[in-house]
Write a protein that binds this ligand. Structure first.
Ligand code: AMP
Length: 347
């Protein structure tokens, strides 16, 4: 059995091609998203996923996150006094996903299609393959993330010339890719992005708004317990604002509740500069591909942060049409990876 893996900066997912369709595979907690976090327990046990992410605050010296950013570099991260290379940390995530897939499918899994950003260099791709090998997975095929998202939307089934733009806003990175299908060959025509722009920045904007509106002293930012609770409350409010028009951000400080009601318009105005920054890579990719928006056949949203209505509105106005949203944006890359795994198994 070949599985498809979206090895992400924030979260990773695994899916398989089963009975003619892509099926997402839940982890032991029953969740589709496994945080790309690794932590070493005091007795040497390796924790991966949510359990590891929860230790980011409590055991920062034993926990690692965001290692995808360093794939292919010589940087190591020290956990419990031991240095780990980014591909070693990634392999621990892959190993956990492999085990989840085997438990779900009831058969051994030896091979995977793993997705990587379109801009990944040879060194970064090599490190990703090495991570697979360390996890006991053969990775013959690395698939570009935007290509995977486009596969989920059936780009490979189009017989005429077709162009998709994939707008991928994750936790910490923004990637725009223009894909073209011509004569049965899929090509990345242009890619652009911002490596330091993602859902986390929208969260930070909400935190800053809270400080500003409640006139809180900046010294409170050094109170890590307070900040931890504020960040959790802000993340909840941010997600609530994807479903409803207002949310209350409330945190206790010295026994007193501090709260701020945020509506859509206020959240959007706090994110004005971030929204402006989202435009630049889109314009660059279109320019590089020598295309105008009317020449695009489909706009595909990927990445959890594209659930934010303000981001969807921006995409709609930029492209003059509604983007495709048949799939959950945080799952679409894994769904496409499983399609590629299915195509490969057929060969
Ligand atoms: P990803 O890298 O695709 O897992 O994206 C993770 C980012 O998406 C994080 O910044 C999350 O806060 C954000 N996110 C996930 N779900 C939602 C939601 N319902 N509303 C707003 N942001 C979300």
């Amino acid at each position: 059995m070949i599985i498809g893996i979206d090895l992400g900066t924030t979260n990773s997912l695994v899916a398989a091609w089963k009975d003619g369709r892509s099926v997402l595979i839940p982890n032991a907690l029953g969740e589709m998203l496994t945080p790309s976090c690794v932590s070493l327990d005091e007795d040497g046990t390796v924790l991966v996923g949510r359990a590891a992410r929860e230790r980011l605050q409590t055991h920062p010296d034993r926990t690692a996150a965001n290692f995808k950013r360093y794939m292919g570099s010589d940087k190591t991260m020290v956990l419990a006094g031991r240095a780990f290379r980014p591909e070693e940390l990634s392999s621990l995530v892959l190993r956990a996903l492999k085990a989840d897939a085997e438990a779900f499918l009831g058969e051994p899994v030896e091979e995977a299609v793993v997705t990587v950003p379109a801009y990944f260099s040879d060194a970064q791709r090599k490190a990703t393959r090495a991570a697979g090998a360390l996890a006991g997975l053969r990775v013959d095929r690395l698939l570009n993330e935007p290509t995977a998202a486009a596969l989920a939307y059936g780009l490979h089934q189009q017989d005429s010339e077709t162009r998709f733009l994939v707008f991928d806003l994750g936790g910490g990175t923004f990637d725009v890719s223009i894909l073209e299908m011509f004569d049965g060959v899929m090509e990345v025509r242009a890619s652009a992005g911002d490596n330091f722009l993602g859902g986390e920045d929208f969260l930070q904007a909400l935190v800053n708004l809270f400080f500003e509106r409640l006139k809180l002293s900046d010294s409170l930012r050094r109170d890590s317990h307070f900040m931890q609770r504020l960040l959790a409350a802000a993340e909840r409010a941010k997600r609530a604002l994807s479903e409803q028009t207002r949310a209350v951000l409330s945190v206790e400080h010295k026994g007193k509740p501090l709260s701020l009601e945020v509506d859509e318009a206020l959240f959007e105005s706090a994110c004005a500069t971030l929204l402006k920054r989202l435009r630049l890579p889109v314009e660059r990719a279109l320019r590089d591909a020598n295309l105008r928006t009317v020449m695009l056949d489909n706009i595909v949203l990927a990445g959890g942060a594209t659930r934010m209505p303000m981001v969807r509105r921006l995409a709609t106005t930029m492209f003059g049409r509604f983007p495709a949203i048949d799939f959950n944006p945080d799952e679409v890359v894994a769904m496409g990876a499983a399609i590629q795994a299915g195509l490969k198994a057929k060969d």
